[in-house]
Design a protein around this ligand. Structure first.
Ligand SMILES: [Zn+2]
Length: 505
């Protein structure tokens, strides 16, 4: 039976917010951007001073409310001066960019905690005094041209992103037809094979795509997007669990074929995916192959991502709510939790996950609400796939390295994937500090240095131990003096003809 259900729509939400907040101060306009409710007002200060009312309303409507000045109160020059007065100098601001189109000021700083201030005191003050809405970005402890380019794309494309988010909101809160009560999962790839992970979930009201990978290790390259169940025009949301290309590599193809909805993932996954896609293009070109997407598609990817923090719940279609949980696999990796139709059915899709903490990351989240269906990654899940404990594996690595170096050799450690290379690097730093291996330089080659920079830009996603070290800066393992990034071919020649060393590439 076909029935029309008008659960909620964008007009209702906007009207409700406007009428409730008008009691506090002037509300010029209410706009939905993706999941967020943006309230435009002539006087943002009134709402900041009555913040508890705004917070209460946000809780009742279960949405983030953003207060924004209708027009900036100060011009850029004055605002810049005021902001530098408000933020203490130990925040180490490296750049400040004003975006007239969106009324935002992007503040890039080394120590973002000082920019934000206690309970957001500084950012509230900036909005109240200047009328510009601050967006804070962290400058990584290691310089990376790639990361700087990525941040400038995000800033340059601010108004494009806001337009895309508004369009997406209209789609999320649309009146919808329930064409069936069935919930189905179609495995477009990654089942009975390793690579090209992609699962289509259909609820009768909406279609959600979980991961869109490629098969990096051979076999059929793309997921079965030719399946009769799959219709790109019907996809409400793409969710990416983590950056490895066997889970994310097909996304540019879908963008090229016209997908203009949102891609949900964490900030580190957005950045690491962009890094891996760039690298994919470079490697293909070096081998004389024309890649199936270009850098323009990577830029489109960056602007279409709506980032979520672990544990944050958002509506992604008329009947589906999404929450991401830490998967403990690589930086920013997430398990996907879908709540369909207010608890009618819940699905947990693990993606690649690990329930054993590592040097770099905390173990996957084990406190998850009710789950009706689990879709679980099972690579390395076979009877024969028993790995030694981490300590044992590290000891073996250390003994091989020590023997090789003592014999006058060099150690080359091929660590292909983002994540593993950094784990190996941390293990070696620890071995050096504890004098378990000879005192030799460690070179890192390829994109490991950029990947490391991304790691330092998101310390909250790292294990508690590493996070504490980074915040204290003096003990930041990513700045360890033994670690030297390889800059180019001449560096490589020098390393090859030089003394004993360890190379991670
Ligand atoms: Zn993976």
């Amino acid at each position: 039976m076909i029935k029309e259900v008008l659960l909620k729509n964008s007009q209702d939400i906007k009207k409700r917010v406007k009428s409730l907040l008008s009691g506090i101060g002037e509300v010029s306009k209410v706009v939905l951007e993706g999941q967020y409710v943006v309230v435009y007002t002539k006087d943002p200060g009134v709402f900041i001073r009555r913040n508890e009312v705004v917070v209460e309303l946000a809780k009742t409507i279960r949405k983030k409310i953003i207060i924004q000045a209708k027009k900036p109160l100060l011009d850029e020059e004055e605002a810049r001066r005021k902001i530098l007065e408000i933020i203490p100098s130990n925040a180490e601001i490296s750049n400040m960019v004003f975006k007239k189109e969106t009324g935002e000021v992007y503040i890039i700083a080394k120590r973002t905690g000082y920019v934000v201030g206690k309970k957001g005191a500084n950012i509230n003050k900036i909005l109240e005094v200047t009328g510009w809405r601050p967006v804070i970005m962290r400058a990584p402890s290691i310089r990376s041209t790639f990361f700087e380019t990525l941040q400038s794309i995000l800033i340059d494309q601010a108004s494009t992103r806001s337009k895309k988010f508004r369009k997406a909101a209209a789609r999320i809160y649309r009146p919808s037809l329930q064409i069936s009560d069935e919930i189905t999962a179609t495995f477009l790839g990654g089942a009975k094979e390793v690579g090209r992970s992609s699962i289509l979930i259909r609820t009768g009201k909406s279609s959600i795509l979980l991961d869109a990978g490629i098969a990096v290790g051979g076999g059929d390259f793309f997921p079965r997007f030719d399946s009769p169940d799959f219709n790109l025009g019907e996809i409400d949301a793409i969710i990416i669990t983590h950056a490895h290309l066997d889970h994310s590599g097909s996304v540019p193809l879908l963008l090229k074929h016209g997908y203009d909805g949102l891609i949900y993932t964490t900030s580190p996954t957005r950045d690491l995916t962009a890094l891996l896609l760039h690298d994919y293009i470079n490697v293909a070109m070096r081998n004389g192959i024309i890649p199936f997407f270009s850098k323009v598609d990577v830029t489109n990817f960056i602007t279409q991502v709506f980032t979520l923090e672990y544990g944050e719940t958002v509506d992604i279609s008329p009947d589906v709510k999404l929450t991401l949980y830490n998967a403990g696999h690589i930086l920013g990796s997430a398990m996907v939790y879908l709540n369909i139709d207010e608890n009618r059915h819940t699905i947990l899709y693990t993606g690649d996950f690990r329930y054993r903490g590592s040097r770099l990351l905390d173990a996957a989240e084990d406190s998850i609400p009710r789950v009706d269906t689990i879709i679980m990654e099972s690579t390395y899940g076979g009877e024969q796939d028993v790995f030694p404990p981490l300590e044992e594996a590290e000891e073996r690595l250390i003994s091989i390295i020590t023997k090789t170096l003592r014999d006058g050799g060099k150690v080359l450690i091929p660590a292909l994937s983002v994540g593993r290379s950094t784990e190996v690097m941390l293990a070696l730093i620890d071995a050096l500090e504890n004098k378990k291996i000879p005192d030799v330089p460690i070179f890192i080659d390829g994109m490991i240095s950029d990947s490391n920079a991304i790691h330092t830009a998101y310390p909250v996603y790292l294990s508690k131990e590493i996070r504490d070290k980074i915040f204290e800066e003096d003990a930041n393992p990513f700045l360890e003096p033994h670690i030297t990034p390889v800059k180019g071919p001449s560096d490589r020649e020098e390393i090859v003809s030089g003394g004993p060393s360890i190379i991670i590439a």
